[in-house]
Design a binder for this molecule. Sequence first.
Ligand code: ADP
Length: 339
Amino acid sequence: MDSIIRFENVSKSFGTNNDVHALNNVNLDIERGSIFGIIGMSGAGKSTLIRTLNFLERPSSGTVFIDGDDLSKLSREGLRKKRQEIAMIFQQFNLLMQKNVIQNICLPMLAYKTQRAEALKKALEMLEVVGLSDKKDAYPSELSGGQRQRVAIARAIAYRPKILLCDEATSALDPSTTETILDTLKEINVKYGITIVLITHSMSVVERICDKVAILDKGRIAESGNVKEIFENPKSVEGKRLILNGVNIIPIMDTPNCVRITFTETSSFEPVIANMALTYRTPVNILYANTATIGKISYGEMILQLPLDNGVSDQMIQYLRSRGHNVDRINIREALGNA
Ligand code: ADP
C-alpha cells in the first residue's frame, strides 16, 4: 500500500502527571488518494490525532510519517514546508469577517509569497470548483453556513495540498447542506488526488464519502478497515455502538435471539421476512430498519427479534442466510457497551 500517512505506536498524554491518555499506541496507515474517516465519540482522541498529524501536537512517543518523512526528524524549515502540504478545514470555518471571499482565499497564498496575480487566478479557479464564483466579492456575514464552508474549502485547497484534514467540517451544517459539502469534497479528492482525512462523530458522514474508516475509542483504534465491511459487520463494541446509534428502542431489544441482517440488493426485505414467518408459522418482531448509501450502493439493515425457541430461531437464521442475507446474532447490551 502506498501510505501517505503512517502512525507507528503513537501515544499522547496530557496533564501534569501525564495521566490523560488522549492517544494510546495508535497504528494507522492512510493510503494516498483515499478518503479516510476517523470516527469516535466526544473525548475519544480524534482532535488530538488530527493535530499530531501535522505536529501541532507532538506525540509523547511513537512516530508520524508523512509521505515517508518522520516528522520528528525534520528541521524547523522542513516541518514548515511539510505543513504547507497539509491543509485543514474546521467546524467553525475560521474566515476573516472583515475580508471578502476572494481576499479570504488569497490570504494564505500571499503569506506563502505567491504573486498577487497568480493568487487571484488560483482563487477564482477554486471558487469555481466549490461553485461560488458569483460570491467572490461577498463578505462572510452575507453567506450561509454551507457557503462559508465552501470558501474555507477553496482557501484550503488553493495551495494544492497533498492532504486535506477536515475537523468536524460539517457538524454545524444541516443534513442536506452536509451532503452537498461532502459531495464537493469527493469531487476535489477525485479531481486533484488530494488525500482527505475526516474526523467526525457521525456515521452517516463516513458512509457518504469515506473509503476506509478507523473507529477511535478512549485513544485506541477499536477497529479499522473498509467502510462497507465495518458497516455490514462491526466487530468491536465501539463499532457496534456507533452503527446502532439512533436506535431508541433499546429496552425491547434487550432480549435473546436478536439478529441484525444486512442486504445490498435493491429488493426489500419484506417478502423474505413475511415468507419466513409463513414457512415457520411463527411471527418475528421487526425492531429496527434502516437504509444507507455507501458509495453508489444502497444497503439495508434490519434488527429482528426471533422466536425464543432456539430451534426455530436457528432455522430462521439458516433460512435468511440461504437467501443471501448477512445475518449476525447481536447482544444489545454488548453492542451498547454496557454488558
Ligand atoms: P475528541 O476530539 O475525540 O473529542 P480530544 O482529542 O479533544 O477528543 O480529547 C481526548 C482526551 O484528551 C480528552 O480526555 C481531553 O480532555 C484530553 N485533552 C485533549 N487536549 C488536551 C490538552 N491540551 N490538555 C489536557 N487534556 C487534553
